[in-house]
Every structure is written in C-alpha cells, then in structure tokens.
Ligand binder design. Structure first.
Ligand code: CP
Length: 318
C-alpha cells in the first residue's frame, strides 16, 4: 500500500489499511531510536514548522525531535511569539510560512476544523496536532501502536476509555482508530461527559466503571479538561474520583496484565491514582516514546516515502 494523502487532518477519513501502514512504518523507525546515532536523511532539505497556538509538551517536542531525526530543518512558533498575537489571521500566518518554503505545517489550535481549513488552502502538508475537541490523530496512532506492540494486535481487544469524552479530541481519534482496527470500545463516565450519542460511533457506553474494568484489556484514562468545559459537568472532583477515578482499590478489579494508558498531561489523584500511573501496568511513558516513532513515520509517509524504501532508510529487518 502507498500513502497518497498530502495532509493528516483526522483518523476519521483514514482506512484501516492506511492506519496499519503508519503503524508498520513506525515500527521500523522505532529501531532507529535505540541506536547511538538516531538520525536518517529522509527529510534532508525539507522545512518543518510547528505552529502551536495552544500549549503542548509531548506533541510539540515529539514532532520537533521527529523532524530532526529525519534531518529536516525545524522551526517552532507559539501564539505568543507570532504575529497572531498582533491580530494576524491563521491563514495569513500560514501563507507567510509557506512563502518561506515550509514543506510541513504542524498545527495545534483551539478551533475544531482549523487543520482542515489550512489543508484546503496550502500546498504544504498540514498535520493536525490537535484541533479543539475535534481530533488528535497522531495521539490515536501512538496509542494504537502501543497497544499493538504490547498485546500483539488491536483487533478483538476490549479498550475502555474513561472520563471527559465529550471535550476530548484524543477520545474521538481513538474511537475512529480502534473501531476501524476491529477493537471493542466502551466509554465510561457521567452522562454529562459521555452522552449516549457516542453509541452512533459504534461503541458501548457505561456509567459503571467497576462493572467494566474486569473485562478490559486496556484502560485509557482521559484528563478532566477544565479549560474546555463550559460549566462544571459534575458536582465535585471528589464525587468524580469516587465514581470514575482509577483508584488503587479499583485497579485491583482489572485483569493482571491490563494496560493502563493516559495521553497526558495527567491529573494525578483525579482520573488516575499516582501509584497506578507509576505502576507496572502503566505504559504512559512508553506511549510518549512511541509517539516519536509514529510522528517520524507520519512525516516520512507524507513526504512521499514508501514502506518498501523504509527498510533501506532505517536498516530495520522488516
Ligand atoms: N497528549 C498530548 O497531546 O499532550 P500535550 O498537550 O503535552 O502535547
């Protein structure tokens, strides 16, 4: 299979074959990351601009490192350091970056649809690094990569996603990716954060975390996103923790080999207890490491790289 898209805006429009191509390519790139010299020349001469209009630690640094590992020139811009702060539009900012020969614009923005908006107006490749509550495609790709690496496959596994689904771009991208790859998905949370309408995406909805945990192969905890909530969506944090927090006691209901995931940043003591987050079932930091390989794969495929060439580029035994 050959990647033919200019942009990566969402998982919704990808086929299962395209998702699998990214995961297979990332597996090859991951082998580079444990070498003394962690660099290949695939994007030499290309320019990658990280345009982050919303805060980020993991995604921004991961994309910066991924582009550097592929030998691209990399520039990172925040809202505060750009003329967006002075009222310049997103479109004008992006057109100026393109006029400076940016080949890739990686966009994080508060507005849902902003990545699609730029993708339709630029010749440069646009990668969505999170747009409002819409999608965060590379997070879902690194999450499914981690599940596949740990469990052997994603199809047939039961993934429980807990918490703030309504406002979560991570949840939406994960639901698309997991259902396309054949996983069973159950969303758990209060009706204000996990409305029944999500069933239209082919998932189950539950209000009873204790009943669901013993059946889960993966538990993915989502951050309570105070910044995107219009008003308080539950009576108190204490009540949220008592019903939906993965406390130490509740974790004991899980299968022995359950994977505990969190996209970060974590609210320790709210959606996840500290000793669970740091415990042997947690793959939270492995998700971050895998994010680098996945973002290298995305940049490589969007630049026209093929799976057939990947072995030559990485030296990996595919
Ligand atoms: N998971 C994630 O998107 O984290 P950042 O906001 O730190 O990029």
């Amino acid at each position: 299979m050959i990647w033919t898209r200019k942009d990566l805006v969402g998982i919704r429009e990808l086929s299962a074959e395209e998702i699998t191509l990214v995961l297979d390519t990332a597996a090859s790139f991951k082998s580079i990351l444990s070498r003394p010299i962690k660099k290949v020349p695939s994007l030499r001469g290309k320019t990658v601009v990280n345009l982050f209009i919303e805060p980020s630690t993991r995604t921004r640094i991961s994309f910066e490192l991924a582009a550097q590992r592929l030998s691209a020139d990399v520039i990172s811009i925040s809202k505060e350091s750009s003329s967006i702060q002075k009222g310049e539009t997103l479109k004008d900012t992006a057109l100026n970056l393109q006029a400076l020969n940016a080949d890739f614009i990686i966009l994080r923005h508060t507005a849902a649809g902003s990545a699609q908006f730029l993708a339709e107006r630029l010749k440069a490749s646009v990668i969505n690094a999170g747009d409002g509550s819409h999608e965060h495609p590379t997070q879902a790709l690194l999450d499914t990569f981690t599940m596949r690496e740990k469990l052997g496959q994603v199809g047939g596994k039961h993934v429980v996603i807990v918490g703030d689904i309504l406002y979560s771009r991570v949840a939406r991208s994960n639901i698309w990716a997991l259902t396309k790859l054949g996983a069973r998905v159950t969303l758990v949370g209060p009706s204000t954060l996990v409305p029944e309408m999500f069933k239209q995406m082919g998932v189950d909805v539950s209000r009873d975390l204790d009943a669901v945990l013993p059946e889960a192969d993966v538990v993915n905890l989502l951050r309570i996103q105070h910044e995107r909530q219009q008003k308080t969506m539950f009576p108190s944090l204490g009540e949220y923790v008592s019903l939906f927090g993965l406390t130490t006691a509740r974790f004991r209901k899980c299968k022995e080999n359950v994977l505990i995931m969190h996209p970060g940043p974590m609210n320790r003591g709210v959606e996840i207890a500290s000793d669970v987050a740091d415990g042997p079932n947690s793959v939270v930091l492995e998700q971050v490491t895998n994010g680098l390989a996945v973002r290298m794969a995305v940049l490589y495929l969007l630049s026209g790289g093929t799976m057939a060439e990947t072995s030559a580029v990485t030296g990996a035994d595919l």
